[in-house]
Design a protein around this ligand. Sequence first.
Ligand SMILES: Nc1ncnc2c1ncn2[C@@H]1O[C@H](COP(=O)(O)OP(=O)(O)O)[C@@H](O)[C@H]1O
Ligand SMILES: [Mg+2]
Length: 216
Amino acid sequence: MTRRRQPLKRQDPSLPNNNILIVGASGSGKSAFLRQTVDFKQPRIVAWDPEEDYALPRVRSIEAFVKLAKKAGFGPIRCAVTVPPTEEAFEQWADVVFRIAHAAAPMTVIADEIADVTRVAKAPPNWGQVSRKIRKYGGTLLAITQRPQEADKTIMNQVEYTWCGALKTQASAKYMAGEMGVPVEQLQDLKNIHRKQIQYWIRKGTETAKKETIKF
Ligand SMILES: Nc1ncnc2c1ncn2[C@@H]1O[C@H](COP(=O)(O)OP(=O)(O)O)[C@@H](O)[C@H]1O
Ligand SMILES: [Mg+2]
């Protein structure tokens, strides 16, 4: 009798949620935090990278990303996508990302400056799907924005961690104070010393937010 290997299911609802929303003004330490927490050498990592921030092999068209993803399937893929940040391109990117996600093949997904390509009222469908389901499909999502009050609300409700660095506007600070459960003056009391240290708040689930420091 031949033993057939059961194909593993693409989704596994028991997978943990490590999704994180990263919010902060330019220079607040978002990239520094990512460099510290994300393994950029891992076999499966894809980024929406309008500012060319991440040290990953880069493609400059959605077509090139589609090609790469088709070749990769559920296998290794390391890629940052840098194209003009339109909602349409971001939706295409999100569609491809979801297609290659698999519970048995962990993948890190980075989406930078989502406020440029999503809407407050409702996440565009493919991005909404990534936000809501990627965890079950083996993904860890890191969504980044400088303007949280302009990003879609879906992501706020889907992340397990919220990271908040220094913010530029009172509107952002007020908004994030609510999200983090930290008084606005306290949230903004961060000591960033150029080239020496950055500070930020981080909240896990409904736990109390904590202030942390990265020293360089
Ligand atoms: N490797 C490093 N060594 C020293 N300082 C650093 C390093 N990375 C970042 N910084 C400091 O942290 C600050 C935040 O930078 P960055 O993480 O790029 O901000 P963001 O991504 O939020 O725009 C910079 O102004 C810089 O002073
Ligand atoms: Mg950055």
